[in-house]
Design a protein around this ligand. Sequence first.
Ligand SMILES: Nc1ncnc2c1ncn2[C@@H]1O[C@H](COP(=O)(O)OP(=O)(O)O)[C@@H](O)[C@H]1O
Ligand SMILES: [Mg+2]
Length: 918
Amino acid sequence: MSVVRKAAGGSRGRSRALPAGTLTLVFTDIAGSTRLLGQLGADYGELLARHRRTIRAVTSSHGGVPVDTEGDSTFAVFRKATDAVSAALEIMASRSEGPIRVRIGIHTGEPEATDEGYVGLDVHLAARICAAAQAGQILLSQTARDLIRAQVRDLGQYRIKDFNQPVRLFQLGQERFDLPRTPPVAHLPGRPTRLVGRTQELRELEDLSAVRQLITLTGPGGSGKTRLVLELADRIQDRYEDGVFFVDLAAIRDPGLVPSTIAGALSIRAEPSQTPLAAIVDRLSNRRVLLILDNLEQVLGAATYVAELVAQCPSVHVLATSRARLRIRGEHDYPVEPLPLPTGDELRSVEQVAQSDAVALFVERTRDSAPRFELTSINAADVGGICRRLDGLPLAIELAAARVKLLSPRALLSRLDQRLPLLTVGARDAPARQQTLHETVAWSYDLLSDQEQRVFARCSVFVGGFSLPAALTVASDPDEGTVVDVLAILDALVEHNLLRVIPTIGVEPRLTMLETIREFAWGQLTELQRATWQGRHLDYFVAAAEAEESRQRGIDQKAWVQRLVIDRENFRAALAYALARQDAPQLLRLATALERRFWLASGDLSLEENRHWLETALARGNEAPPRMRARALENIAWTEPSHGRQIEILQESLDLFKQAEDDLGAVGALSGLGHLSIYAGDYEAAGRWLERALELARRIRAAAPVLVEVLVPMGELAHRLGQHHAASKYLDEAVNHARQADDAWGLSFALGHVGRLAQEDSDWSRAVPALQESIEIAREIDDPEELAESIYDLSAAWIQAGDLEQARSLIRQGAATTLELFIGYRVMTLDAIADWLEAAHSYSPAIWTNAAATHTHAAWKSQDPHWEESRRRIVDRLRQAVSSQDFQDAWARGERMSIPEAIAAGLREMEAVNLNEM
Ligand SMILES: Nc1ncnc2c1ncn2[C@@H]1O[C@H](COP(=O)(O)OP(=O)(O)O)[C@@H](O)[C@H]1O
Ligand SMILES: [Mg+2]
């Protein structure tokens, strides 16, 4: 940061005219300079001088003004943001500095020019942004980003030292780097209203949370636990350099799902052999993380997981909210009291009533609907009385305040008087408060019209929130009125604080109920009504899944998946309901319509759960029409890691498709069988399946995406059989079909194969652009599988072309993606690492990574001769490169490693290689 100090006030006794006004500030810094200095010794000075000259020259050539240079960092300003960006890109691209790698930060602001340089917060911010960048990365602030047209990635919000407000960071270009070197802002749910009171609690909790690893905030529903924990998290987030994570468990009913829900919130995925809890422990064991587990009360059975988590991860802190404590060792129970009330005596004076936090909350919430409301000598005693009746419970106060528009405080109080017994102060314990809350919700409910009551109760069939279209379809009864009526009712329910609008970015608004209120609403439905409305809920979500299913091949595939993922708790509830009422056909339809991509899209969903539902549905649905069973089996096949099993299941599915005379379904199964047979090394069978698939597809004039799925494996097979001309013909046809039909997934798939085969033939001019396009599309549609494959193929191309730097950066990106995928993709990661290490003459690590890959490949029971052959060649080469003892030692070491271990160790070896010394 030496440049900042200099720029901000240090003096060099030089005076000059610096540009003023709105400027774009560019800071650069050398990454790992201490290490470089150690490595290069005296040569470093020379290198540094050259580096500075380059930056100076580039800055001037883009119309910028070099302001300062100090140590390893430089500071320049530009009048135009676009010039600043061009200069930054050129600096990054200039490789003349040898081993030097820079980070760059760009920010546009209005620094104050003085004789001694620039001063002001904008200078500090630009410097801090630079410090947050990874080596090789260019980071921009929002203001700079808004002025340029280049492609950027939005990295989200970060905390920057000395700045109170979160700063949104953007990265120039699409390359993937590690997270910026500054803590992300916690993704805490927004709070549209001001916090009232709680100063004392926050102070206590701030101190307690510094020394206690696990604190449970307990109290009845609506006492303000969630609100308090969120405010606390805001204040203490700086203590957790690895982040703060909020896990909402309100919609979870099964304690067994708690670990995977936590893992999802943390974006952690378990290895196939690992439980989600083990995966969390693995990742968090030495991280400083704050985990907020909200609404644990209905999954108290999960307390043992929490106990294990805190025991295994000493630097992870947990803040839980629950109506009851968890009763585990080390737990600190912090009861959350309702808001302070005015005493009976104080009710006589407006000033004293106004002192109470409960009253303050009432007044604020009342003003939401009656903006001119004031506390006066006329209404103060009534308002104080209302708050006392409501026990100071924030949620109860909010419900009552929502009615002041129509009822005066006096009228409101007298109605509450009839409803709620005035509790003596001594008896204000938790069960009594729970009762108060229940009665307040009931009171508010009684004030609704009949129709409003019905819609309100029906909304309780939703889990984890709902969209407007869902509510309009599920909760409305055509006999009762029009859609407009339902909209008006939902509006009224929001106004009465019984429903809440979840602020969402970019997607349609969603509504939700606080859990306490949902319980009440659910209690208003009879068994029969529950069955009716859950049935409608099920039908709606079956239709929603099926409707989106047909749209999944376009470029907006990502949006498709996201639309479904946001309703994942509703889908789970619908699946569970179909199972409970033994509705095999609907269960099967829903389980089948929710495809693989849905289950891969979020960390708390998994292919295991996908398979679980499909298998459950099939087991109950053996009476279902063959076509339904065929489709379910086909989906199961794609959740199965072993090729052998996949082929068996697809064959079964094919038979059923034939029975159902579903030709289109049969084409899918046939092409799948063909594709899998290639990897199983059975080229003859593959040829037969694929011929049949193609013939059938042409006969029924199948749509382009279907043809693509047949033509691509045909190309691959032809290539493996040495028929290069035929291979290109099939693949070119596939690419054309996909392009014409705007089939993004198919295009990325086909181009990936074009590139892969060209790469194997060492045809760079064909391989590189095809793979690059495949990667670009896969990124756009968020297809981790195709992305991983194409990244590795491109890295192989760079290795063969001798550019190990490019290859290394790709492999790094690929590893970040594949860890979430199937075992086959992880083997692929190891292959890439092994090949790279060999090319970098890092023989021993190359041997142990190969050993780990081979060993896992065998366990995976795939017998792809093509893969085995290419591995054998590489291993033979490595055997020649070292002594036989060394070979054996390294090989034995690799055989003992698990895949994740081998990947992590291999990546570390790669990073340690200094390519400039080669
Ligand atoms: N101190 C407070 N200031 C303002 N609003 C509050 C406060 N405490 C609670 N609330 C509001 O009261 C309602 C219930 O609080 P919540 O934290 O959800 O309760 P709990 O988690 O205990 O069920 C929420 O709408 C919340 O925003
Ligand atoms: Mg809560």
